[in-house]
Design a protein around this ligand. Sequence first.
Ligand code: CU
Length: 291
Amino acid sequence: MQMAKTVRGVVAAVCATALVSTPLLLTQAGADATTAPTASRAAPMPHITATITKKAIRVKGPDTIRPGRVKLSVKGKGAVELARFKRGYDLADFTKDVNKFGAKGDLKALKRALRNTTIFGGLSGGSSGTIVLPTAGSYTPFWLGERGVVAGKALVVRGAKRSTKTPRVDGSIIAKVGPAWGGASSLPAKGRFAFKNKGDEPHFVILQQVAEGTTTDQVLQFLQTDDGTSPPPSWVLAGGMETGTLSPRRSMTVNYDLPAGQYVVMCFFPDPEMGGMPHALMGMLRMIHLT
Ligand SMILES: [Cu+2]
């Protein structure tokens, strides 16, 4: 779930203090879309384009999609993620639960949503990458905007599994049990990274450019004390991007093009076992360099 904006309301509701500042999270530049190399002999990768409109998500793609990896391009203001619901739970239930959590910090609703939903990744408007829709079934595109869940018509995946190559990546960003980050400590400023969730909770990636030498302690202290009224700290710089959420054991690839420099990797997914506290506040912060 794209929590960057909603998380402020959520945190305020849950923790009584606003912990996440608007400036820090809104300086995201949005990764530039770069085109993945064309798959050669292997089955061509289906390409899905999701456009966020005011009240819905419009999805374009091939009429039939077999299970496997797909290219995803997202257009418009916001983000699009793909979710699958367990039998007996549907988009209406998900919307109700997520909105209840967003509005009132209802942890029971959050837990119910997480128990019944798998999220296969997603991207912000203006970016592209690949996600894996592993088995036949129905995948619902959604965006968690400021006014709650916005969704589009479900993608139906059917037939035999395709064997599509994983795109070459420049490095990985790995969410681990902790919650903590692992993977590359340095990546090119422009390229493609794999985002892998090897943890036991859903996670997403925010890359926020910071001044060279900034420490995770500085970021944590800021997140813990900021009340949303003070100007952003001087170490917050302009570069940034974010991905959609991955449920445990899922992975995706992300094309990006950012200014070179130091970045803090953060996840603000709310932890239901910690009163809805965003993972970054639990220390899920890591410094990396884009060179
Ligand atoms: Cu997380």
